[in-house]
Unconditional design. Sequence first.
Length: 301
Amino acid sequence: MSTELEILKSLESEAIEIFRETAASFKNPVLLYSIGKDSSVLLHLAKKAFYPAPIPFKLLHIDSTWNFKEMITFRDRIVAEGKFSLIAHSNQEGIDNGMNPFDFGISEYIRVMNTVPLREALDLYEVDAAIGGSRRDEEKSRAKERILSVREAGHRWDPRAQRPELWRTHNAKLAPGQTMRVFPVSDWTELDIWRYIALENIEVNPLYFSKVRPVVKRGKQLIMVDDERYQLNDGEEPEMKEVRFRTLGCYPLTAAVESTATNVAEVVEEVFQVKLSERATRLIDGENEDSMEKKKREGYF
């Protein structure tokens, strides 16, 4: 067995163990399904962990209503084909108030349409553990997370209050008011994710592969104009470029990269060569926006 394959199998075994421990330790866990590559891998690992039984928890998608259209189409098909139970939750008050990333600012938009509805959904469905796809290589505040990461009352994250995980020992106990975030792929990298997708032949959203798409250039970023709601500047016209996405989310805040990678093997090679983190294509992490750590303290993913 090659070293690369040994690494992937070791990561897989660890993730499966975490899934099983989560199912055994908590009353009502959910799998946060963001429709991206990481959550596609999580869903695959969950199916492996409990096969031939169905996965013993629901999927939860926080729908900001600004996702790429192809994300929602992909989500609905995967859920239908897999016969999964999906909770799709949005902030109706934010929708009624016309909340968008253009007129209200990115930080306020993320708070209202992502953080608030996540907290609402976790409370409404009495979730005690939310399984997410965060990885430690994404962004520096992610590296402060534990695999089992405690949230205080109100879903507040305190990085200084996290429990040690020596020798892979996880503490799943909760005090009154606490909940848990669980990160089975915390030790994976973007390259590990793509190599595992190739190894296991996991289906991922077509947005990850290069295609000629309508984009506008904002600063150094290429933003895909996915529908008529995108607010163009005076004299601005979308142009057709061959691009793909390294990460998925709300389309006005998710930049594309120019690429010719049209399949998984080509994406693996491209990711192997690139030095810049995929988070560089997320406008919510820009230097003029709130830090990811501040967002996480407020209850963000």
